[in-house]
Design a protein around this ligand. Structure first.
Ligand code: FES
Length: 140
């Protein structure tokens, strides 16, 4: 093997190593609809007068922000990690069923994050949410 062959093999291998993690990251989390709220490291604050979060002013509405799904449920405002604990797909909110289904393999989570239907076996992380006027504060 020449020095040139070695460099070409390393470069090809390096490209593969660089591409695979990006593809895996894309498959592991669905950030569709992700919006950005104010985050001071301990809390995320959402201004409900901002059009990005206006869905939360309606019963059954939800948004995704910084990896958390925030929904206006019959149990009040709920904030859960939006990554399914089964294989990492992004969960949604079903206002008709008042729960959080995963589109990939059918897991369903309750408004407190517990597993209602598998194959997931681990609950979603739940965050406390408080509303003060038009400000929603999620404690991380
Ligand atoms: S990734 Fe959610 S059920 Fe499989």
């Amino acid at each position: 093997m020449t020095r040139r062959d070695l460099i070409q093999k390393v470069l090809i291998g390096g490209t593969t190593v660089l591409i695979i993690p990006k593809v895996m990251t894309s498959c592991s989390k669905d950030n569709t609809g992700d919006t950005t709220g104010g985050n001071n490291g301990n809390t995320i604050t959402l201004d409900l007068t901002d059009a990005k979060y206006s869905a939360l002013t309606t019963a059954g509405g939800f948004v995704n922000v910084q990896g958390i799904i925030v929904a206006n449920t019959t149990a009040g405002y709920v904030a859960l990690d939006n990554t399914c604990t089964h294989q990492g797909c992004g969960i949604s909110f079903s206002s008709a069923n008042n729960n959080f289904p995963c589109p990939c393999h059918g897991s369903v989570f309750s408004t407190n994050g517990s597993v209602v239907n598998g194959p997931a076996t681990v609950a979603l992380k739940s965050y406390s949410v408080a509303r003060n006027g038009n400000t929603l504060t999620i404690t991380l």
